[in-house]
Design a protein around this ligand. Structure first.
Ligand code: ADP
Ligand code: MG
Length: 127
């Protein structure tokens, strides 16, 4: 596997599998044994039919989900929480339906101190 993906912004996935538990309690394998290297500065598009696991792959790189098996690294570091420096545009809006947009923004700002604490970032020390 390439080592240049360990530079800032590089992404490496090694034998990554992600399983979800469906509402019926069954295990659903969204992606299996994915190996992926994206070099720093490289433009990468993941293309495939609906349901093939594109979003699942991106959520693992962003740290929104953890893999069921395998390792995910960004900038050479294992992803153990929200990936700092990652931006993520959801396919559908992620607004809170029970409140207005302004209140939703304030909620995010109120959560910032917690997001900055090492404990909520998987124990990593700020650098
Ligand atoms: N949170 C989840 N719980 C259960 N199944 C999920 C979940 N997220 C995704 N899936 C399933 O995993 C598969 C891949 O989904 P997804 O990554 O969203 O595909 P894509 O983005 O390529 O359309 C689909 O069958 C989807 O229904
Ligand atoms: Mg998708």
């Amino acid at each position: 596997m390439s080592t240049t993906a360990q530079g800032v912004g590089g992404v490496e996935m090694s034998n990554v599998t992600k399983r979800f538990v469906t509402p019926t309690g069954a295990a659903m394998t969204a992606i299996r044994d994915v190996n992926l290297v994206v070099e720093p500065g490289q433009f990468c598009a993941i293309v495939g039919p609906t349901g093939c696991g594109k979003s699942t792959t991106l959520t693992l790189a962003a740290g929104l989900e953890m893999p069921s098996a395998g390792t995910v690294k960004v900038s050479g570091q294992p992803v153990v929480g929200i990936t700092r420096g990652a931006s993520f545009v959801f396919q559908t809006d992620a607004l809170l339906p029970w409140t207005v947009q302004g209140a939703a923004c304030l909620l995010a700002l109120a959560a910032l101190p917690a997001l900055k604490s090492p404990a909520t970032r998987g124990g990593r020390k700020p650098s």
